[in-house]
Design a protein around this ligand. Structure first.
Ligand code: PMP
Length: 420
């Protein structure tokens, strides 16, 4: 898709033209996760439209969407119930001098839906929510240190961005580090923090970009809960990526461990800009004390979309549907890898899978696979977990599996070229 040029050196595609214009007026032509590790050139950068599980790029190519905007789209693009609720609220008002009644309705719904939640605060992005959780934990405990898993992603603010450019050591001075699923390493980091431990931040499972995923060991989750109970520190669950995709409640409810605070965004409003911090009564006072806000944090349309999203997830049995579709996708892909005699790891929950090729440390084979898949109409990712939406149909699955079969063929071919 990138920069295919005609004889007059003008890009031949709408995407190429947009990229060229973007480079003049947007630093690097792109920023954030789509620029830090660029996708193979077969990927479009600019998208035109989406409906259900399908996406269309600016050149008119259609894809089955296995990235779901990196998580926000859970019911499918432009789900009618969500769009109707958003339109109804938009007709009344969105950004006003104060919140609309739907703010209270949504907070009540979140408290009723998520077991550990006694209260809710709303924001825009996942980074707002993870940052606010840390601030609330510090306000409540009067302590400074927050423990995070090495390599985990919690957002793009200076305290958590994976790229050090422009940050200072002071931004991270109050972080301590542990290894995911290793209780001993958390105990050690907690001991180092001593009586200054404000909280432990953890994701529902290990979903670090570019690595095989690792489900949480329930004993590890229980160990964190015990440690926080013993020290008075906040257990903070970063449910930004998994929330409302794996369970209609916190992603650790099936594990039997409740956090004190949790951060949400992505799927909460099926693609509208919204985030939430949820918490238990023990941290309500800390939440009341902190000053967190934003010009757009009280916009009513995303809140109305969230109420409709959560209701529809329940009514349509969407969590179960994603799990079933994810299992069928996994069975199909793992079966294809075996048929092509390729050693792969397919990890993570069925609705949030990730595929790696054994020994492919530089992601070369993953890139060949992804580039071929996207050419075949399956939009997945070589270095980030994928997302299955509830809109995916049997026809979409068949199309994806046709594309991935071709993609495995391309990987086989690359391996023979490399060993020739
Ligand atoms: N936490 C996790 C686990 C995430 O996956 C992300 C986003 N990828 C964030 C926090 C930050 O969310 P946002 O990009 O909306 O700020």
């Amino acid at each position: 898709m990138t920069e295919q040029q005609g004889p007059d050196s003008r890009p031949r595609t709408a995407d190429g033209l947009l990229r060229r214009r973007a480079r003049a007026v947007i630093p690097g032509g792109m920023y954030g996760h789509q620029s830090a590790v660029p996708l193979p050139p077969e990927y479009p950068q600019f998208m035109k439209s989406g409906r259900g599980a399908r996406l269309r790029d600016v050149d008119g190519n259609e894809y089955v969407d296995l990235m779901c905007s990196y998580g926000p789209v859970v019911l499918g693009h432009q789900h009618p119930a969500v769009e109707a609720a958003a339109a109804e609220q938009a007709a009344l008002g969105d950004c006003q001098n104060g919140p609309a009644p739907v703010m209270v309705e949504l907070a009540e719904l979140l408290v009723a839906t998520v077991r550990h939640a006694d209260w809710a605060m709303l924001a825009k992005n996942g980074t707002d929510a993870t940052t606010a959780c840390c601030t609330i934990a510090r306000a409540q405990t009067g302590r400074r240190k927050i423990l995070v898993a090495r390599g985990a992603y919690h957002g793009s603010a200076p305290w958590c961005t994976p790229r050090p450019a422009g940050t200072t050591e002071a931004d991270r001075a109050n972080l301590g580090y542990y290894t995911y699923n290793d209780t001993g390493s958390v105990r050690q980091a907690a001991a180092e923090a001593g009586d200054d431990l404000a909280g432990i931040l953890v994701s529902p499972f290990k979903h670090d970009a570019g690595h095989d995923q690792e489900l949480v060991d329930p004993a590890f989750a229980r160990g964190l809960r015990e440690l926080c109970d013993a020290t008075g520190a906040a257990l903070i669950l970063d449910d930004v990526r998994c929330g409302f995709r794996l369970h209609l409640g916190s992603s650790w409810e099936p594990v039997g461990v409740d956090p004190d605070l949790s951060a949400w965004s992505k799927a909460i409003a099926n693609g509208r800009a919204l985030a939430a911090v949820l918490g238990g009564d023990a941290f309500r006072d800390g939440a009341r004390q902190v000053y967190v806000t934003g010009s757009f944090w009280f916009s009513a349309v995303p809140m109305a979309a969230a109420v409709a999203t959560i209701g529809t997830l329940r009514e349509e049995g969407a969590i179960e549907a994603m799990d079933r579709m994810g299992a069928a996708l996994r069975d199909g892909i793992v079966g294809q890898a075996q048929a092509w005699d390729l050693a792969v790891s397919y990890t993570g929950p069925p609705a949030m899978p990730y595929l790696t090729f054994d020994g492919d440390t530089d992601h070369e084979l993953a890139s060949v696979f992804a580039a071929s898949a996207v050419r075949g109409g399956a939009y997945l990712h070589p270095r980030h977990n994928w997302f299955v939406s509830a809109a995916m149909t049997g026809t979409d699955l068949a199309l994806v599996l046709e594309a991935t079969d071709q993609a495995f063929a391309a990987v086989r071919k690359r391996i023979s070229q490399l060993s020739a």
